[in-house]
Design a protein around this ligand. Structure first.
Ligand code: TRP
Length: 334
């Protein structure tokens, strides 16, 4: 099937550091699989990252490269997927302004992800840019007329907001945009190694796709297990164990056997952790191999992004032309 007939995906990440296993099971894995079937666009959302990092924009350049390397290492194929940088597609900013007329301030204030992020960052008063980033995200998704958005579950309110905007736009002016659907993975939440909360950079409980073998071994050895298990042959409770949770995510084939041995007290935590670490390293090895190529040839990253951005801008120009036409603000170019 040619790209023209394929349905489109748009998804992406803010460049705020390295991607970890939570990103992988939450969305990256879906993207790698779906790039075969869908015409896929991956946005590195640097403007959105500015909503919380506007005081240190000098960090963005390296983080943009880091995210691109993580995508490519994880198996995103630049021949199939268009990787681009948000700020390099000015049409997205333009579409954001048109969309902003179709959203009320109250809708944005009630967005649960905005609320919990504002709490997390301690914002009592929000900037216009932060409160409004879901509008900009609607433009990220719509500039290429995407049908499907594979994301983590925290992004659902933003996709809902996008659908509302698109519906209103289409009703008012005419059908330009498909109503995009969110695609949530089977494993939307991966626990951090502390066993307390979701894996996250800011909680210092993450295993990164770019971690070395030694780092992975060390982190798994430190990971929280069933607190009721003191001796090796005590019967365990895999359902409360972080390491078992990783077996389910990355070692599905052996997870049943491990669960029953753990319950029977016939596999100790150290042995169970060793199996997990080995499995994880096997899983990360091909990523390490691919990453090496891009670390040794950083100009490859730049070439991929320039090429992706060019294609994204082409699509954006087509969409914006249509938008101005249906909104009848194309007064002088008829
Ligand atoms: N909000 C997403 C995040 O925090 C990043 C993002 C920006 C995004 N634009 C997008 C995700 C468009 C999906 C579609 O990770």
């Amino acid at each position: 099937m040619s790209n023209k007939e394929k349905q489109r995906i748009l998804t992406g990440d803010r460049p705020t550091g390295r991607l970890h296993l939570g990103h992988y099971v939450g969305s990256l894995q879906n993207r790698v699989e779906l790039q075969e079937e869908y015409d896929t666009f991956l946005i590195i959302a640097d403007v959105q990252a500015l909503t919380t990092n506007f005081e240190k924009p000098e960090k963005l350049g390296e983080d943009v490269r880091q995210v691109a390397r993580d995508y490519l290492a994880a198996g995103i194929d630049p021949e199939k997927t268009t990787i681009f940088v948000q700020s390099m597609v000015p049409e997205i900013a333009e579409l954001t302004i048109f969309f902003s007329m179709l959203v009320t301030v109250n809708q944005l204030r009630h967005n649960p992800t905005i609320k919990s992020e504002a709490d997390q960052y301690g914002y009592k008063d929000m900037t216009y840019g932060f409160l409004g980033y879901p509008v900009s995200q609607a433009a990220d998704i719509s500039f290429c007329r995407a049908n499907l958005v594979p994301v983590g579950e925290d992004q659902i309110p933003h996709i809902e907001q996008t659908r509302k905007i698109v519906r209103k736009f289409n009703n008012l002016y005419g059908e330009v945009f498909p109503e995009p659907k969110a695609l949530i993975s089977d494993f939307p939440r991966l626990m951090g190694i502390d066993g307390k909360s979701k894996m996250s950079k800011s909680l210092n409980n993450a295993i990164y796709l770019s971690d070395s073998v030694e780092e992975v071994n060390k982190k798994i050895m430190k990971a929280k297990t069933d607190p009721a298990r003191i001796h090796k042959d005590d019967p365990g409770h895999p359902e409360v164990c972080t390491v078992f949770h990783y077996h389910e995510a990355f070692n599905k084939e052996e997870s049943e056997e491990i669960a029953s041995k753990c319950r029977a007290g016939t596999i100790g935590c150290v042995a169970c952790k060793k199996r997990m670490a080995k499995k994880l390293n096997l899983f990360l090895d091909p990523m390490r191999e691919r990453r090496k190529k891009y670390l040794e040839n950083p100009q490859l990253i730049e070439e991929i992004i320039q090429k992706g951005t060019k294609r994204a801008r082409k699509e954006a120009a087509l969409t914006l032309e249509k938008v101005r036409e249906v909104m009848k603000i194309d007064y002088f170019n008829k």
